[in-house]
Ligand binder design. Structure first.
Ligand code: F6P
Length: 322
């Protein structure tokens, strides 16, 4: 059995990464395996920035957002030369297996190490919920709760002034957060990368809502949608749809905050499962939530298959917005 493993967080941080690190460290320690934390993701891997982690080092981090190991986006690691250097660093430190917690780019990095013959297990951590092979990624639930909190607050001021608020949320290629925010926050429309929309269409929806007597309106726009928030606002202001328009961009606020109970549990289960798979030699895989269970898919599938927001949720958002 492996004697020494490492864990890292990579890509955009997501609430729940700390509970995942905690679960990895404590599961490994309980099985008599040494754990090293890699600081600052692949940059730390290339620099050999490893630190021994004991059970005490992960005390009191369950409720903390962000990641105590820090994270980064690293270009150098994408080159074959960079990947070989990373492998060398792992070997120099006697590390026999690695757990990578992160989004699609990070899992591609994990897959590259796996292809070089290094035992790796991936854990999906990204607020976007754009990773194939898991129903939910770590951080999504907390991010969604933050969005709903903002929607609820904006609604108070929107209805007091008869305004339409455009709320921009994260989601570069995936409109999951905007769609669910739309359904659960009761938005009049959503604008998401999966379904290109026109300015005229949005104008019609709002005019209709105004004429039917709604006291306010809300549109949730994913940052990666075909229309940009400011151009929608400009169009609406110039076309007198009835409501005055205001814009709120949530930005990185959505990535912060203490992980929800759901994310703590998901991260904990995934962290435990990742260590179990790694030690059992079941590597080159990503753990994922399949129904109620934690299962695995290969890293190849997780990084090559496209995940986008389910059509039925998009239809639901439209149907319930009227
Ligand atoms: O991938 C997660 C994510 O939060 C995206 O939704 C967003 O587009 C991106 O990260 C922002 O990245 P950065 O923090 O590097 O600006």
């Amino acid at each position: 059995m492996m004697q020494r493993i490492a864990v890292m967080t990579s890509g955009g941080d997501a609430p729940g990464m700390n509970p995942a690190i905690r679960a990895v460290v404590r599961t490994a320690v309980s099985k008599g395996v040494e754990v090293y934390g890699v600081r600052q993701a692949f940059a730390g891997l290339l620099a050999g920035d490893f630190e021994r982690m004991t059970s005490r080092d992960v005390s009191g981090i369950m409720q903390r957002g962000g990641t105590i190991l820090q994270t980064a986006r690293n270009q150098e690691f994408t080159t074959p030369q960079g990947q070989k250097r990373a492998l060398r660093r792992l070997n120099e430190h006697g590390i026999e297996g690695l757990i990578v917690i992160g989004g699609d780019g990070s899992l591609r990095g994990a897959q590259a190490l796996h292809e070089l013959g290094f035992p790796v297990v991936g854990v999906p951590g990204s607020i976007d919920n754009d990773i194939w092979g898991t129903n939910m990624s770590i951080g999504v639930d907390t991010a969604l709760n933050t969005i709903l909190d903002a929607v609820d607050k904006l609604r108070d001021t929107a209805s007091s002034h008869e305004r339409c608020f455009l709320l921009e949320v994260m989601g570069r290629n995936c409109g999951y957060l905007a769609t669910m925010g739309g359904i659960l926050g009761g938005a009049e429309f959503i604008v998401i990368p999966e379904r290109p929309t026109t300015l005229e269409e949005i104008g019609r929806i709002l005019e209709d809502a105004y004429m039917r007597g709604k006291s306010h309106a809300m549109g949730i726009v994913a940052e990666g949608a075909n229309l940009k928030t400011h151009e929608i606002a400009e169009y609406l202001e110039n076309h007198e749809v009835g409501f005055e328009v205001r814009v709120t961009v949530l930005g990185h606020v959505v990535r912060g905050g203490k992980p929800s109970a759901f994310d703590r549990l998901l991260a904990t289960r995934m962290g435990v499962a990742a260590v179990e798979h790694l030690l059992a030699g079941d590597t080159g895989v990503m753990v994922g939530l399949h129904g109620r269970d934690i299962g695995t898919v290969t890293l190849v599938e997780a990084t090559t298959k496209q995940r986008s927001t389910s059509e039925s949720y998009i239809e639901m958002a439209d149907m319930l917005s009227k």
